[in-house]
Ligand binder design. Structure first.
Ligand code: PRP
Length: 181
């Protein structure tokens, strides 16, 4: 018999575009005030972090020499859960040794992705390595991972919008919304 997919739809707005914008500005100010040098390499984790990263860096001053790079990491999960196994699909193009690096993620859940990533990045000897995540689903954590800057702590609800997807959909929504079934 054919299995019917549940009918998922966009639900309640958890954070509006306006709220997110305000929080992103605060995060950018905080990051800039704590970067000791004049250079910062911002590494976005594809695909979810793209919208957050692009808003974040545009809140940073011209005097800070910002470079951007991207990584793509697969977490072998299905659409709504993370299985834990991770692998690099695309590495950064830059040499990070001796540089101040900021990893930007849309969400941390189990912590497996960020913890794996940090372990790899530390072996490359950056001068400093900080992390900035927009959403922290803290109650789902399985392994500790260093989060230096966090936009919002959220409960265990599936969210879409502002870069976050459900099966590739709804990344482009300006708000962050719960998914309902
Ligand atoms: C999300 C997110 C993190 C990871 C966090 O990526 O961007 O990389 O899951 O989960 P964890 O803390 O349980 O490891 P996803 O695999 O959904 O890819 P995407 O960014 O392309 O949507």
């Amino acid at each position: 018999m054919e299995r019917m997919e549940p009918d998922y739809r966009i639900g309640k707005v958890l954070f509006s575009g306006g709220e997110i914008g305000g929080r992103v500005k605060t995060l950018a100010d905080q990051i800039v005030s704590e970067v000791s040098g004049r250079d910062l390499l911002v590494v976005g984790i594809l695909n979810g972090a793209v919208i957050f990263l692009s808003d974040l860096v545009r809140r940073m001053p011209a005097e800070l020499n910002i470079k951007m790079d991207f990584m793509s990491i697969s977490s072998y999960g299905n659409a709504t859960t993370s299985s834990g196994a991770v692998r690099i699909l695309k590495d950064v193009n830059s040499d990070i040794e001796g540089r101040d690096v900021l990893i930007v993620e849309d969400i941390i859940d189990t912590g497996l992705t960020l913890s794996y990533l940090l372990n790899i990045m530390y072996t490359r000897k950056p001068a400093s390595l900080r992390t900035c995540v927009l959403l922290d689903k803290r109650e789902k954590r399985k392994v500790a991972a260093k989060v230096d800057y966090c936009g919002f702590v959220i409960p265990d609800v599936f969210v879409v919008g502002y870069g976050l997807d459900y099966g590739g959909k709804w990344r482009h929504l300006p708000d962050i919304c719960a998914v309902e079934c």
